[in-house]
Design a protein around this ligand. Sequence first.
Ligand code: GLA
Length: 386
Amino acid sequence: MVHTEIKNYFIAQYAPNPLMVKAPGRINLIGEHTDYNEGLVLPASIEKGIYFAVAPNDLNLVQIETFLTQPEKIVFKLDGSPSQFKSFWGNYFKAIIEILLSKGYPLKGMDCVFGGDIPIGSGLSSSAALCCGFIYAITQISEKELTREEIALIAQKAEHQIGLNCGLMDQYAVLFGKKGNAFLLDCKDLSHKYIPINLTGYSWVLINSNIKHNLAVDSEYNKRRISCENIVRQVQQLKTGVTSLRDITLEDLSTISNATNSTDIMRAGYVIEENQRVRDMIKALTIGDAKLVGSILKKGHWAMSTQYEITTPELDFLVTTGDQLEGVMGSRMMGGGFGGCTINLVQTAKLAKSIAALLQAYKEKTNIDAEYYHLAIDDGVNVLRT
Ligand code: GLA
């Protein structure tokens, strides 16, 4: 187990009794690119996670190390200045420490070893897990509590500082997720509730296309956000009380369509319809209608492919091929886009055969080995009792 390895490494290198924190990755059933438009999202936290072994030290240094992906040790002074580092993950820790210090947070010396089993760049929010888990771990060591809402905002700010103008879905899912439940978040007022997933006889699986993205340095994500903001500005000139796409209807879009960039209109239309797909999905899950759930997944995927233009040919191939296989109710690309995983609802009895056929077809078409993960929905960030 990764967390045992991390704990043992910590004990060998630093001190005997580390506190262990787990920060899970997240999936999203539906509601993609709606969060930064004050829309609706339906994610859940998962079993895969990042684990942190932490303990206070009296060196007045924050020492952070991983021996897994991109092995490196970075040492921060308590004024936030780091030792030289090469790994991308160092940027997240640097940003978090800077933000905490700018808020007057009483940072203390601590040692931290982290690592995990969330595939990076696969749309499972390894970076939100990294940020939220680390901030949570700091609050456990420093004994100055921050609420989960505060942690989410700091983690989001760190992403913005690094270059991804993301919303709050990932941070909230990672921090508030609950075993066995999807998490409905209304990004307009950040109210949330849990939606039980009752689909007996069906399984949720992820297929990793192994096309990796780095949203923080691929500006296509940010360009989508700019398109949405352009539309909001245009509609604001005609209608009062508009703060985001959440306040805009498809009819509003048609009134500005002649005078506006058609790509922006198409993207805004996607977001407005995606919010409706979230509402439809909740109904379908509540009545346990797997066929309807599957058809909403597919609609969501093709809207992301043709309207929002954030899928890849490989992801489209996975969805099209899945559609022809027995027992696959539906699937869609998941997360920020441009690579990563599809989420699939599959009849459990047909699972093994269909997934094997899908992976084989993918390999033949792309010459890439896709990976398959069975999805287990687990709790949000917490101290791990081992
Ligand atoms: C990334 C961002 C989220 C969200 C999704 C797309 O994961 O971090 O805020 O916008 O993409 O739904």
